[in-house]
Design a binder for this molecule. Structure first.
Ligand SMILES: *[C@@H]1O[C@H](CO)[C@@H](O)[C@H](O)[C@H]1NC(C)=O
Ligand SMILES: *[C@@H]1O[C@H](CO)[C@@H](O)[C@H](O)[C@H]1NC(C)=O
Ligand SMILES: *[C@@H]1O[C@H](CO)[C@@H](O)[C@H](O)[C@H]1NC(C)=O
Ligand SMILES: *[C@@H]1O[C@H](CO)[C@@H](O)[C@H](O)[C@H]1NC(C)=O
Length: 385
């Protein structure tokens, strides 16, 4: 099933990765109508849906370090797996915060005063040792899982609250917005891409992945976090790379949008478990845990692409790829190799590179996250601390 083997070097494979991205975007030039957000900083965790430069700082030949990544916004590659901004960037704009500094690129605590981004492309909720024990090829699985990202965060918090540590760090936590994810899809992807059994090995991971996210959520709450966004995973059956990986001759395997039913069902299974977990987390009434429905957001865009300026025929096709039915025949869009299959106008496409979304799609999703369409409950505005 995986088409990776055609990619020769381990480095390149590592790039590949994993992260599927769907994010969301908020209105950059149009601050949320409700406006008036009062958060003084934002901290994010996750994978390539959210990574704004961590992976490329230790892996300078990763795909996101080359054009055409970044061609629409920034005008050059930044380490983001998109042609431009991600949901986290649109959120920062809406909150009137600077774009978050990628943790591995920050030099002093001051770089993180308004926030930090700990997300690493291809990273997982479960620790790397889990994948090692399963005998998976680790070249594409970075040792920066959720627990590691949390340890990084604790270090940053400690350096920001240097004097009256206890009180200062509680204050910082209370005034910050946390974006916990998307994280978890790579735990599945690494298995899928290495031909592991869905029933025997992948599906049973769900409770373990959710438990890791639960732990991370509790750790932040214990440190004093009051407002946290926790995204679900997108409909995997609508992701070009998966459509290419699992072709079926049976028309009944596809829904009327052309997405793989069994994979979308799997995404729902994960998201349902995530929701159950969030509802069950013990917390006081001052803590708001907000589920972000990336699943419904993506589906809605795919259902009526024209509504947001996308073309119907490109709804399930990557803008940048190396050909094949979904233009997602190999794992990444990367500069020279793909020039012939780079679409002229990414804003007409939903999928950027077969795994991650275009800035235009992230923007639509982010707008829905901010206006409450895809956030349950709505992100509190005004000063709640
Ligand atoms: C919870 O997260 C912390 C990181 O802050 C980690 O050290 C700990 O092992 C995690 N516990 C579980 C049960 O995953
Ligand atoms: C997965 O299976 C496909 C088809 O059998 C094969 O071409 C590919 O090399 C396998 N990939 C891995 C990582 O084992
Ligand atoms: C959908 O997922 C549920 C929960 O895992 C499972 O019981 C059911 O068999 C799945 N249905 C299909 C069509 O895959
Ligand atoms: C792309 O082509 C340019 C010019 O031919 C070359 O300098 C560069 O190294 C190539 N990049 C990749 C990723 O192959």
């Amino acid at each position: 099933m995986a088409h990776y083997s055609s990619v020769s070097s381990a480095m390149i494979r590592s790039l590949i990765l994993l992260a599927c991205a769907w994010g969301a975007a908020v209105a950059s030039h149009q601050p949320a109508a409700s406006g008036g957000y009062c958060y003084t900083s934002m901290f994010s965790f996750g994978d390539s849906i959210t990574d704004t430069g961590n992976q490329v700082s230790f892996f300078p030949t990763a795909p996101a370090a080359s054009p055409p990544y970044g061609e629409t916004f920034f005008g050059h590659p930044t380490g983001r797996y998109s042609d431009g901004r991600l949901v986290v960037d649109f959120l920062a704009e809406a909150l009137r915060l600077p774009y978050l500094t990628a943790f591995l690129r920050g030099k002093t605590a001051e770089d993180f005063r308004r926030g930090a981004n700990f997300a690493v492309s291809a990273s997982t909720a479960l620790g790397q040792e889990f994948f090692r024990a399963r005998g998976l090829d680790l070249t594409i699985i970075p040792p920066f899982s959720l627990d590691v990202q949390l340890e990084w965060f604790k270090g940053v918090l400690h350096s920001l609250a240097s004097t009256n540590h206890q009180q200062e760090s509680k204050d910082i936590m209370a005034r910050s917005l946390f974006l916990m994810g998307e994280i978890g899809i790579n735990d599945y992807n690494h298995h899928f891409f290495q031909n592991r059994s869905f029933t025997a090995e992948i599906k049973p991971l769900v409770p373990m992945v959710i438990a890791k996210i639960a732990n991370a959520t509790k750790v932040l709450i214990d440190l004093g976090a009051k407002t946290m966004l926790v995204p679900g995973i997108p409909p995997m059956g609508c992701i070009p790379r998966f459509l290419n990986l699992f072709p079926s001759k049976n028309p009944n395997d596809y829904d009327k949008l052309g997405c793989l039913k069994w994979l979308n069902n799997f995404s729902q299974y994960h998201n349902h478990a995530l929701n159950q977990m969030l509802h069950g987390i013990h917390r006081d009434t001052k803590v708001t845990l907000i589920y972000l429905d990336y699943y419904e957001a993506m589906l809605k865009i795919i259902r009526s692409p024209q509504h947001n300026g996308f073309t119907k025929k490109s709804a399930l096709t990557a803008c940048c790829g190396v050909g094949g039915p979904y233009n997602a025949g190999s794992l990444v869009c990367n500069g020279n190799a793909t020039a012939s299959n780079l679409c002229p106008d990414p804003s007409r496409y939903i999928s950027w590179d077969g795994l991650h979304l275009t800035e235009a799609a992230y923007h639509v999703i982010a707008r829905g996250v901010l206006d409450g369409t895809y956030s349950r409950p709505t992100i509190p505005s005004g000063c709640t601390y």
